[in-house]
Design a protein around this ligand. Structure first.
Ligand SMILES: Nc1ncnc2c1ncn2[C@@H]1O[C@H](COP(=O)(O)OP(=O)(O)OP(=O)(O)O)[C@@H](O)[C@H]1O
Ligand SMILES: [Mg+2]
Length: 242
């Protein structure tokens, strides 16, 4: 199976501080890979490098067989940033239409995609509401729709379920699994360890390094625990050995 993301010995220094430290990982085509770790572990930094928004200090990363940064990958990837990137003075519809135009979609394509996505995020009634007037969770849902609009092959979702209520989180995960089953690759971060069980593989990150990797079941078995939270704590205590 080919890899849609391939990272080798990646490092990112901010001044004298190493936010990413000799990180190597691969995300296979058609899998959901969850990057988990505490605040400051380096998850967002890795995703920004993969999206071409930050340059690595050393090492290399390939996205869809293209070394990043490279503007050619932009139309094939979808990125939902942790800090929401929408125009707060525009409505939900206007934001979706803006992203659609940026990615070269026709008006008809935008309308069709918008209808399906507003249903997914359960915001059909808020189509003409200013983003600024939405609740935090609703803004997150709109941001997810913006990332999905142009039907990317590879999705980077940085904490897409923060502030989203449990019912809708469950339907998000169902949709992520449907996307995966249709051949779309997803790299996702979350702080909700319980929902990480939906991932095909998980990488635990701490202090810029990958300290463990495997399927949820493998990580539970290796640490003799029955929750991913305990599995992470187990690896965290030992610095990477189960
Ligand atoms: N532009 C920057 N300049 C300096 N330091 C930065 C910059 N961006 C990130 N950092 C630092 O790099 C480290 C990793 O940050 P990053 O945002 O990647 O962590 P994270 O794993 O996404 O955390 P969280 O779970 O809180 O989102 C942090 O210590 C952060 O303060
Ligand atoms: Mg982050």
């Amino acid at each position: 199976m080919k890899d849609d993301v391939c990272i080798r010995d990646l490092e990112k220094d901010f001044g004298g501080f190493k936010a990413v430290n000799k990180l190597s990982l691969r995300v296979k085509h058609g899998e959901i890979y969850g990057l988990l770790g505490p605040n400051g572990a380096g998850k967002t930094t890795v995703i920004k490098i993969l999206c071409g928004l930050l340059r690595p200090s050393s090492g290399e990363a390939y996205v869809l067989d293209t070394k990043v940064p490279d503007p050619r990958t932009a139309s094939r990837i979808g990125y939902m940033p942790q800090e929401l990137a929408m125009y707060r003075g525009l409505t939900v519809h206007e934001n979706l239409a803006f992203y659609g135009e940026v990615f070269g979609l026709s008006k008809q394509q935008i309308d069709t995609r918008e209808q399906a996505l507003l249903k997914l995020i359960d915001l059909q009634d808020s189509r003409d509401t200013l983003v600024d007037q939405l609740s935090g969770g609703m803004q997150h849902r709109t941001s997810l729709a913006c990332a999905l609009l142009h039907e990317p092959q590879l999705l980077f979702l940085d904490e897409p379920t923060v502030g989203v209520d449990p019912d809708l989180r469950a339907s998000f995960w169902q949709y992520f699994e449907e996307l995966r089953d249709s051949g779309i690759t997803i790299l996702i971060t979350t702080h909700y360890m319980d929902e990480a069980r939906h991932c095909d593989r998980i990488g635990f990150m701490r202090e810029g390094r990958l300290i463990a990797e495997g399927s949820p079941q493998e990580l539970l078995e290796l640490t003799h625990t029955d929750s991913l939270e305990d599995a992470f704590l187990s690896y965290s205590r030992t610095g990477g050995s189960a």
